[in-house]
Design a binder for this molecule. Sequence first.
Ligand code: HEM
Length: 395
Amino acid sequence: MSGLMELVILVACCFFLVTLIKFLYDYLWIPLRIQHILNSQGIKGPPIRFIHGNNKEIAKMKQEALGKPVAWTDDLFPRLQPHIYSWINRYGKNFVYWDGARAELVISEPELVKEVLKNSENIFQKVKLPEISRKLMGNGLAFTEGEKWAKYRKLANHTFHGESLKNMTPAMIASVETMLEKWNGQEGQEIEVFQEFRLLTSEVISKTAFGSSYLEGEKIFALLYKLKILVSRNMSKTTIPFINKLWKSADLLESEKLAKGIQDCVMKIVKKREDQVVNGEADSFGNDFLGLLVNAYHDLDQKNRLSLQDLVDECKTFYISGQETVNSLLGWIVLHLAIYGDWQEKARREVIDIFGKQNPHLEGITKLKTIVWSVKWLGKNSCKRSTVGKVSLAC
Ligand code: HEM
């Protein structure tokens, strides 16, 4: 008996020792080695703290920056990315900082950025998300690579094809008309346009990509919104993989519940499509994005078939990437048109010259020089202010 006891204690000690060595290797040896390699090439950065890296400083800097009042003329970069702004000034255009034990190499030299963007030999991999963030988009298009990415991308490309976009125009116009009619009834009152554009973009993406009404998509957007708040709250928090397996934080548990809720909603919309075919109400799953996904989900060739999880992740990716981006861009443009009255006047004159009192059509949209230029300029300048090329080094 005592021999067995000794064996158990020995195994437990060995297990503990191996875990400790692995932990020190991942959290001490690898970061110090990477830091040494980068330092020897002249790339410096803030001092690394054991386990946390620079996460605590980043969270503090962000909290301080967001707590300050902001004028519309202010440079947004120090407010949105205070750590990057401060460290570029201190350590130069290229520097390294630490997300826990993971090195983040920030580069803002155009030649190096070009090299990363070309990425012809697939040296620079997509970032691996922490567990909570993965609940938001899962392994959808934005985070997959290689063959899987090519398969998903083919489906997405079809949705962005000129002919597909043309077919979406009536639905977009109808949603904008509904919004403008509502605004007409509120003349002289203050309108929270960002919220209005949130409804508009949610409705447009629901109708055009998923063939469903805003009401059907509403619950998905509400759950995604809650999940997004959880993700941003946990952005600069350190996670230790082994501990994560033993103990889940309240936010992680909540994110699992939300992800399950989203999956159920998506499956309801998918089931509706399937039922329409089974009941003979439709002869295919449809040509919109959801139709293509459901087709791939039922593909007889296993090589091309989409799993249930992939189908849900792709839907989440489209709901988020299609809505958040356009919502912010519309809000940003309207803010600038409100500030720069002369540009507002130019844009209005151009629209009236090309469309008169008609609804916009694709042919005319290509002639909107002032508007297209403003969108590009605003997009470019907002990006220039808020981001720099960022590459992750896998540890
Ligand atoms: C103002 C509008 C938009 C902006 C500024 C924007 C910006 C971006 C950026 C910067 C990327 C990353 C590209 C990369 O990493 O290579 C991206 C990827 C993506 N966007 Fe958008 N986007 C916009 C609208 C949309 C819309 C309307 C949809 C869908 C309806 C969409 C779906 C996607 C998808 C699926 C990806 C992943 C593509 C891939 O990895 O192959 N985006 N977007």
